[in-house]
Design a protein around this ligand. Structure first.
Ligand SMILES: Nc1ncnc2c1ncn2[C@@H]1O[C@H](COP(=O)(O)OP(=O)(O)OP(=O)(O)O)[C@@H](O)[C@H]1O
Ligand SMILES: [Mg+2]
Length: 169
């Protein structure tokens, strides 16, 4: 018996360990993980952009998931962007869609539409929005700059929250 089956048999495991669907309560809270979760929590509390870097498989996505899980769901709106290679327009459209809007066709209208929807989360629902960008190394410079500008406009409201998760140092 070889490969993963051999591994399971050797250790007497009933399922493959380190799967992608571990519930936050099943995670190992080792020091680096706890530190990453705490730092993301600090970014959320401060409303700042944070970048999490580390080797492949080191637990960046898991840490972001754990940090999001620790937030009060009734007080936060999470926008998860898992494919950030879609360019500036695609990113704004994804945020707009996640907030329940129908993205405007023209970028000049889409940008204020996204800003308005983010502001409405705070004004109408008393919720703080958090944008999680996974695989953030795929962000084009223009997209990152667009997100930064969006955060600047957005941080005029006290409710803005940001987090970036990058994959490679
Ligand atoms: N704290 C943890 N407790 C238990 N398992 C973990 C923990 N951190 C990571 N893992 C395991 O390691 C796997 C890889 O973690 P994760 O997907 O977060 O890595 P990554 O740094 O985001 O990788 P990539 O650079 O490929 O995106 C997860 O599927 C999970 O099974
Ligand atoms: Mg990842």
């Amino acid at each position: 018996m070889t490969g993963i089956e051999g591994l399971r048999a050797h250790w007497g495991l009933t399922r493959t360990p380190f799967s992608k669907d571990l519930a936050p309560s099943m995670l190992h809270g080792h020091r680096a993980h706890a530190e990453a979760v705490a730092r993301i929590g600090w970014c959320v509390a401060e409303g700042s952009i944070g970048v999490l870097t580390g080797e492949c498989g080191s637990g960046k996505t898991v840490a972001a998931r754990a940090a999001v899980h620790a937030l009060d769901a009734s007080r936060h709106t999470i926008v998860y962007l898992g494919t950030p290679g879609v360019g500036l327009r695609g990113t704004y459209a994804a945020i707009t869609s996640a907030l329940g809007g129908v993205p405007h066709l023209h970028q000049s209208a889409l940008i204020p539409q996204t800003q308005d929807l983010l502001a409405a989360e705070a004004a109408e629902r008393a919720k703080k929005a958090l944008i999680v960008v996974d695989e953030a190394h795929l962000l084009a410079a223009e997209t990152l700059e667009g997100l930064r500008c969006l955060s600047k406009a957005w941080t005029r409201a006290p409710s803005s929250r940001w987090c970036c998760s990058a994959s490679r140092p």
